[in-house]
Design a protein around this ligand. Structure first.
Ligand code: SF4
Ligand code: SF4
Length: 377
């Protein structure tokens, strides 16, 4: 047993200590029909939308053969759906009740073997709250040992749990970039999406990261904020949001960060439910379709990313993963890390559906933020 394995397993304690801010409960816990990916896709397909055929829009933009992969740069691993929070907009339908969907050590080892067969330079760990996974530290150690740039997608409040004591420093020592979701720099916008008290905990988490050397320009301690709109609209310009967030957080809370990624809310899972219940579904998806921007197509994250689910299946992106749209090799078989054939995967066609308009609207959206090159500032 390696030191990393011991550290990871020691950090895994029973689930009753992970209560965090809550705005909702999972679709699964409420037995909502929309918990099923097929129901989400059917709901999107049922909308009357002018220009709403994504593949046709690709063809009109010169991609008649659909989206094809570029060389893999990002190996994204979703460690599971367990999360201490239950945000209203969550595209994973994560929550404290999702403990059954967690990556095992065996699957994590298969991920590392698959990683070794790719050209990826970045390992992106996501969830749920990836830090709650018993294989989180193992994967960080293995990726760092291979010289990969590691990203932890962090909800900030998880850093305050007793099991996370010392985690910020542990990641800092290994040069892990921490990408922290913070919908806004103001309390009401954050608490409305993430639950009462979420903002206060987010600021405490950011201070903890600043204390570990993050967010101060050190390339080995990069703190990225990830912001998404509070409602049914597209994000403002990423550059202007970054300026506003930087000034607001410093002035009000003495907190610093390195950069900000602005993400659009994807019309799937709990955000799809919110859109439907609030009467915003049709106008929101119409606005995504109307905002289709061909300039985003070359940089869509599905082009240079492989996304692995907690059980080892492979997907074009985390959104397709949540919709159960597995990456199929040209032979038609759904690919996994257990029978990983990178050359075959490079020849696949990326699977698309209407949710893809969430990535191509306006300046575009991906796990790394806006896709269109920012205008000079
Ligand atoms: S949005 Fe992130 S922090 Fe919120 S419930 Fe989903 S995975 Fe957890
Ligand atoms: S959801 Fe976005 S990243 Fe995923 S396949 Fe569609 S366009 Fe690509």
């Amino acid at each position: 047993v390696s030191v990393a394995q011991e550290a990871g397993e020691a950090a895994f304690v029973p689930l009753d200590d992970i209560a965090g801010p809550r705005r909702a409960s999972s679709l699964l816990a409420r037995r909502r029909p929309l918990a099923a990916p097929a129901a989400q896709l059917a709901l999107l397909d049922s909308l009357e939308l002018r220009g709403g055929d994504f593949e046709r829009r690709l063809a009109e933009a010169g991609l008649a053969g659909g989206l094809r992969p570029l060389p893999v740069e990002i190996f994204q691993i979703n460690l599971g759906k367990l999360c201490n929070m239950t945000c209203a907009h969550c595209h994973v339908d994560a929550g404290p009740d999702r403990a059954a969907e967690m990556m095992t050590r065996e699957t994590a080892e298969a991920c590392v073997r698959a990683l070794d067969a790719t050209t990826a330079s970045v390992v992106d760990l996501t969830g749920g709250a990836p830090e709650l996974s018993p294989v989180f530290r193992y994967l960080v150690e293995e990726a760092v040992a291979r010289g990969k740039h590691v990203i932890d997608r962090c909800n900030l409040s998880v850093l305050l749990l007793p099991r996370s004591a010392g985690l910020a420093e542990w990641m800092a020592e290994r040069g892990v970039e921490v990408c922290c979701s913070l919908p806004h720099w103001r309390r009401p916008n954050v608490d409305a999406q993430r639950g009462d008290g979420a903002f206060e905990k987010s600021i405490a988490g950011l201070k903890l990261l600043n204390g570990a050397g993050y967010g101060q320009g050190d390339p080995r301690r990069v703190l990225t904020l990830v912001a998404n709109p509070a409602g049914a609209w597209l994000p403002a310009s990423q550059a202007s949001m970054e300026d506003e967030w930087r000034r607001g957080l410093l002035r009000e809370h003495g907190v610093t960060f390195d950069r900000l990624s602005a993400l659009a809310n994807m019309p799937i899972s709990r955000f799809l439910e919110w859109l439907q219940d609030s009467g915003n579904l049709q106008p929101y998806v119409e606005s995504l379709v109307a905002g289709f921007n061909p300039a985003t197509l070359e940089r869509l994250m599905c082009r240079n990313t492989l996304s692995v689910s907690w059980d080892g299946r492979l997907f074009d992106c985390d959104f397709n993963q949540m919709l159960d749209m597995g990456s199929a090799s040209p032979s038609g078989a759904v690919a996994t890390v257990f029978d990983f054939r990178p050359d075959e995967l490079q020849r696949r066609r990326i699977r698309t559906a209407r949710h893809c308009f969430g990535c191509t609207a306006g300046a575009g959206s991906s796990c790394g933020g806006a896709l269109e090159p920012a205008a000079p500032r």
